[in-house]
Design a protein around this ligand. Structure first.
Ligand code: DOR
Ligand code: ZN
Length: 461
């Protein structure tokens, strides 16, 4: 008998990086107590039994790239609406991004933000501040941040999503940030972008008077991904020179994938993520139909194929949402002038079901799904109790019914923005229940988790 067990998820197929396995998952308080062959461990009558027969028991997603918008942009989203959408989408840990007002760049600003998460988050959380003020880097590590984040981009003609202080593309300043972060042991998460190339290409489209979504998409995708690949080449060299761990967001080209592969062979410490829009959206037909709603990025088909391959072969470590909610009004202006529109697209609620649908179509093994949504992000960001369905780990779990289906729609969206590019899409299977540290946060189409249940997911050093 294992002591302290109060819940058991019985008779399901447990899916981990080791593959699917029929097992009961025993929960004692907030932790997994045991994963055992069905029915072999005798349990007292008082233990609550959750019947998972014909269902899959998956790890809760660790989503390291989420724009929660609070403080500063709460007309788009806030911590409680975003983390309710997370709970419905099987996401049990979120990392927030610093393009807020105030920009998260000092310890006092970070402390206030941690208080907000503490009061409002339904799921576990962390936050990646900007490391531009070098003397603030160590104090923010002491507070418990999992990583730092910078954007190598400055917006032209709009003040969001990259408000002043979040975008730094000066290589000297970037190098100083790599050096300051190294001793903290945390990864440096970077949005790669070559602003100088972007400026030149943009000007060509503007001179033609073309500010359409199509022009915007083509500008960013110019020269087969030069804007991304050249930035990533520089970042990898800085990571190599300083020994600081680099985490690259928005993987979307063959060239970037090849650069990461080669850097790893040389021993450079680097992880990288793909985001929902690159896998499930941003085909040319999506750009034409959804225009500004689907942008930032158009991912040409040959690049999308390379991204899927790299996600399967391990070059790309993880899926993260890059959930980027904006209001409909902020998007609508993009039909006329996409450079005035706030770019990015929400997806925290839809990405995990979409990936599982692809797994059922044979595009990625279920074991790899468990790795890319949970095991790899937990490992790469040093979260010692997250990501794995193993004794001693937090009971962050998703119960998924593969025989049901999910009809994605704007009506079902819990994000404050109230829309989704996946409106009308039907995917196989349905998230039935989500648990964070042993407690239900989502059951049968209803968020039952309380704001404030979420806790800081602190990295180990
Ligand atoms: O398009 C984007 N939107 N790119 C980013 O880097 C940020 C994001 C946002 O916050 O909306
Ligand atoms: Zn982002």
């Amino acid at each position: 008998m294992i002591g302290g067990v109060d819940r058991v998820i019985a008779g399901g197929t447990v899916i981990t990086g080791a593959g699917p396995e029929e097992a009961d998952v025993l929960i004692a308080g907030e932790r997994i107590a045991a994963v055992a062959a069905p029915g072999v461990l005798e349990l007292p009558e008082a233990v609550e039994r959750i019947d998972a027969r014909d269902k899959w028991v998956l790890p809760g997603m660790v989503d390291v790239h989420v724009h929660l918008r609070e403080p500063g942009y709460v007309h788009k989203e806030d911590i409680s609406t975003c983390t309710q959408a997370a709970a419905a989408g099987g996401v049990t840990t979120v990392f927030g991004m610093p393009n807020l007002n105030p920009v998260t760049k000092t310890r006092p600003i970070l402390d206030e933000l941690f208080d907000l998460y503490d009061a409002k988050s339904v799921v576990d959380w962390n936050h990646n501040p900007v490391p531009s003020e070098l003397d603030q880097v160590a104090p923010m590590a002491e507070a418990g941040v999992a990583a730092y984040k910078i954007y190598m981009v400055v917006d032209t003609g709009r003040d969001y999503p990259h408000p002043s202080g979040t975008g730094i593309h000066d290589h000297g300043h970037l190098l100083r940030m790599f050096e300051a972060i190294g001793p903290t042991g945390r990864p440096f998460m970077v949005h790669p972008h070559d602003q100088a190339i972007m400026d030149v290409i943009e000007q060509t489209h503007w001179d033609r008077g073309d500010r359409s979504p199509a022009a915007y998409a083509q500008t960013l995708a110019t020269h087969n991904g030069l804007i991304w690949d050249s930035a990533i080449a520089v970042l990898l060299q800085m990571a190599e020179a300083t020994g600081t761990k680099l985490h690259i967001v928005h993987m979307q080209t063959e060239g970037s994938i090849e650069l990461v592969r080669r850097a790893r062979e040389r021993g450079v410490k680097v992880s990288c993520e793909v985001n929902h829009w690159a896998l499930f959206l941003s085909r040319w037909a999506d750009i034409e139909r959804l225009g500004p709603y689907a942008l930032s990025y158009w991912v040409p088909d040959h690049h999308r194929a390379a991204v899927w391959e790299a996600l399967n072969d391990g070059t790309i470590n993880m899926l993260s949402s890059d959930h980027a909610p904006h209001t409909r009004a902020e998007k609508e202006i993009g039909w006329e002038d996409c450079w005035a529109c706030h770019t990015g697209t929400p997806g925290i609620q839809e990405q995990y079901p979409l990936l599982l649908d692809c797994a059922m179509d044979g595009m990625i093994p279920l074991a790899r799904v468990a790795e890319v949504v949970a095991e790899e992000p937990a490992r790469e960001f040093n979260l010692p109790t997250k990501g794995f369905i193993r004794p001693g780990y937090d009971a962050d779990l998703v119960i998924f019914d593969p025989n049901d289906q999910t009809r994605h729609s704007a009506d079902a969206v819990l994000s404050k923005c109230g829309w989704t590019c996946y409106d009308g899409r039907v995917t196989k299977g349905r998230i039935h229940r989500t648990l964070v540290r042993g407690r239900d946060v989502y059951v049968d189409r209803t968020v039952v988790g309380e704001p404030g249940w979420g806790r800081l997911a602190r990295p180990a050093l």
